[in-house]
Design a protein. Structure first.
Length: 227
């Protein structure tokens, strides 16, 4: 089966920059990781007709929504080789770079456009945020490919709307975790039903601030396909 592979290389680049003593070593590791991922995907029976690599971004509209977004990630923890390795990826892998949005948003946009043009796109990434889309997703760390259904994608996103995302410093309905979300959403089958149910949780939790908090959480958690 022919596919278009859309690779989110950010995690690969970070891992290679963190575990290398110099840039040349980091470049070799990154090339190996990308090639191994593509070869493993082909071993699963998929012919890669085209490849788009995405890496790096500058500016982030989510910071205008919430100044605390990703505030738990300290810049001092960034590996010294990170920027140079991003530059290498742009030059040697012709990776796409985004401004004002995150790499996740860029991948989501390219996936959506590819889907509309019947290019059979597969997202190659380890980020759980892509599970909010009815997409084929290849996890290169686990060497597994899953196909998320429309109903699964809806439940995944609205679960995030309740649970939040600690990795991005998004706190939502404290005290209500995944077990609660699973129970709330398990029998619901439409976006309308899930929206009503989750908004009801926000009304209970935030009272008069429910609408404001719901809109903020939605815009922080929803990956953009319209940019």
């Amino acid at each position: 089966m022919e596919i278009k592979a859309i690779l989110d290389a950010d995690s690969m680049i970070y891992a290679c920059a963190s575990t290398s003593d110099d840039l040349e070593e980091a470049k070799v590791k990154l090339d190996a990781k990308i090639n191994d991922s593509l070869n493993n995907l082909q071993d699963l029976g998929y012919d890669i007709s085209s490849l788009v690599v995405c890496s790096g971004s500058k500016g982030n509209f989510r910071l205008f929504i919430d100044a605390n977004y990703k505030a738990n990630r300290k810049k001092v923890d960034r590996p010294p080789l990170l920027e140079d390795l991003h530059q290498y990826c742009k030059e040697d892998w012709q990776s796409q770079f985004s401004y004002g949005i995150e790499t996740d948003d860029l991948v989501a946009k390219i996936w959506y456009n590819s889907l509309k043009h019947d290019e059979n796109p597969v997202i190659v990434a380890i980020d759980k945020d892509y599970l909010q889309f009815p997409a084929k997703i290849y996890n290169y760390n686990k060497n597994t490919l899953i196909e998320v259904s429309k109903i699964e994608a809806l439940r995944n996103f609205y679960t995030q709307m309740i649970v939040g995302d600690s990795a991005d410093n998004i706190s939502v309905c404290n005290g209500k975790g995944k077990v609660y979300a699973d129970k709330l959403l398990s029998d619901l089958t439409t976006k309308y039903q899930m929206t009503r149910a989750v908004y009801g949780v926000y009304k209970e939790h935030y009272k008069s601030k429910a609408r404001e908090k719901y809109i903020q959480s939605y815009n922080l958690l929803k990956l953009r396909i319209d940019v």
